[in-house]
Design a protein around this ligand. Structure first.
Ligand SMILES: *[C@@H]1O[C@H](CO)[C@@H](O)[C@H](O)[C@H]1NC(C)=O
Ligand SMILES: *[C@@H]1O[C@H](CO)[C@@H](O)[C@H](O)[C@H]1NC(C)=O
Length: 365
C-alpha cells in the first residue's frame, strides 16, 4: 500500500474525529427572553421587589440555594438547555458571564415584565423587553470581540431562542386593579389585538437581530393559577375573566406567528401551546402524578394562593406532587412535563412542529 494513501486516510480520519468532537463540545447557543417563568436570576442584580432569591426558592435546585429562578428547582430554560446538551444559560446580569461562557448563550429575562412598557411598573426596576433586545445587541458586540463578527452572526443564526411574554400584560396590567388605565382605554378583545400587534414588532426585531429559530410560548390558563383561585374562585373553578383573556390571546398569537413565518418564508417562530399543556393536568392532576393542581406548594391562605412564597409560608414536603410551586409558577416537575411536550408533543401542543423535529432538521443543515 502507498504510504501517502495511508497518511491521507489517517489524516482525514483525524480531521473527521476532530470535527465530531468540536461539534459535540459546542452545543447550539441558547438565548432566553421574557418574564419570571424564564428568568434565571437577572432580577437578583436589580432594585426590584420581583425576586426569588431567598429560601424556600431553589430548595430542590442542585445547590439547594435560591438562584432567582421562580421554581423549587429547575425552570423551563434549564430543562431546554438539558435537552440541547448544554449547561444552563447564565443571567445576562451575572458577572460570571464572560469569555467562553458567552458562547453558551445568555438569559435576558426579567420577572415582572410584559409586552408593554407599562406592564409591571409596580416592580420599579426591571428589564423591559426593549432593553432585553438592546442587551442582546450588546451581547453580540461582546462576542464579536471574542470570535469575530462572522462567527458571531453564525452563532446567533444557528441558535435556539425562547421568548415567554403576555401573562403579565393581563395579571400585572389590565387586571392589576379594577378600572386600570388599560381597561378604561380598551375592551378586552381590543386590548388583545393591541398587545399582539406590539408583540409582533418585538419578534420582528428579534429576527432583525439574527434570530432564526424562536420558540414562543403562549400564556397558560391564567385564571387557574392558585393566586387567581384564592381571589376569584368559590369552589375551585378557574377565574372566568382571565380564562377569557387567555382564550383570546393564544389563538391570535399562533395566527400572528403563522403570518410572520409565511412573510419571512421560513419556520422561524414555533408556537408552544402552554395553555393546552397545563389544562391536561388541571383537568386530571392524578393522571400526571400530582395530588392537586389547585393548591400551591408554597404560600398561604386559600389554595396557598395569597401573597408571596417566603420562609414564613406553608411549604409542602414533596414538591414533585404539586403542579404549582408558588401562587403563579409551576413546580420543577410540572416544568419537566411542559418541556417534554415542547420536545415531542403533537400538533395539539406545538405549531408547526415540535423541538425534536426542529433539532433534527437543523442538525442536517
Ligand atoms: C417602550 O420603551 C422603549 C424604550 O424607551 C421604546 O423604544 C418603545 O418604543 C416603547 N414601546 C412602546 C410600545 O411604547
Ligand atoms: C414530535 O416528535 C416526535 C418524535 O419524538 C415525532 O414522532 C412526532 O411526529 C412529532 N410530532 C409533530 C407533530 O411534529
Amino acid at each position: 500500500m502507498d504510504n501517502s494513501f495511508v497518511f491521507v486516510t489517517i489524516f482525514g480520519l483525524l480531521l473527521a474525529l476532530g470535527n465530531v468532537a468540536s461539534q459535540a463540545e459546542a452545543a447550539r447557543a441558547f438565548f432566553v427572553f421574557g418574564d419570571s417563568l424564564v428568568d434565571n436570576g437577572n432580577n437578583n442584580y436589580l432594585a426590584t421587589t420581583a425576586r426569588a432569591d431567598a429560601y424556600p426558592y431553589g430548595i430542590d435546585y442542585p445547590t439547594h440555594r435560591a438562584t432567582g429562578r421562580f421554581s423549587n428547582g429547575l425552570n423551563i430554560p434549564d430543562l431546554i438547555s438539558e435537552q440541547i446538551g448544554s449547561e444552563p444559560t447564565l443571567p445576562y446580569m451575572s458577572p460570571e458571564l464572560t469569555g467562553q461562557k458567552l458562547l453558551v448563550g445568555a438569559n435576558f429575562a426579567s420577572a415582572g415584565i410584559g409586552i408593554l412598557n407599562d406592564t409591571g411598573v409596580q416592580f420599579i426596576n426591571i428589564i423591559r423587553i426593549s432593553r432585553q433586545l438592546d442587551y442582546f445587541q450588546q451581547y453580540q458586540q461582546r462576542v464579536s470581540a471574542l470570535i469575530g463578527p462572522e462567527q458571531t452572526q453564525r452563532l446567533v443564526n444557528e441558535a435556539l431562542l425562547l421568548i415567554t411574554l403576555g401573562g403579565n400584560d393581563f395579571v400585572n396590567n389590565y387586571y392589576l386593579v379594577p378600572f386600570s388605565a388599560r381597561s378604561r382605554q380598551f375592551t378586552l378583545p381590543d386590548y388583545v389585538v393591541f398587545i399582539i400587534s406590539e408583540y409582533r414588532k418585538i419578534l420582528l426585531k428579534l429576527y432583525d437581530l439574527g434570530a432564526r429559530r424562536v420558540l414562543v410560548t403562549g400564556t397558560g390558563p391564567l385564571g387557574c393559577v392558585p393566586a387567581e383561585l384564592a381571589q376569584h374562585s368559590r369552589a375551585g373553578e378557574c377565574a372566568v375573566e382571565l380564562q377569557r383573556a387567555a382564550a383570546l390571546f393564544n389563538p391570535q398569537l399562533v395566527q400572528m406567528l403563522n403570518g410572520l413565518n409565511s412573510e419571512l418564508g421560513s419556520h422561524v417562530f414555533i408556537a408552544a401551546n402552554a395553555y393546552e399543556m397545563h389544562m391536561d393536568w388541571i383537568g386530571n392532576p392524578q393522571a400526571y402524578g400530582f395530588v392537586t393542581s389547585k393548591v400551591a406548594c408554597c404560600g398561604q391562605g386559600p389554595y396557598n394562593g395569597i401573597g408571596l412564597c417566603t420562609i414564613a409560608s406553608n411549604l409542602c414536603p414533596n414538591r414533585d406532587i404539586y403542579a404549582f410551586w408558588d401562587p403563579f409558577h409551576p413546580s420543577e416537575r410540572a416544568n419537566r412535563l411542559l418541556v417534554q411536550q415542547m420536545m415531542t408533543g403533537s400538533s395539539k401542543y406545538m405549531n408547526p412542529m415540535n423541538l425534536s423535529t426542529i433539532m433534527a432538521l437543523d442538525s442536517r443543515v
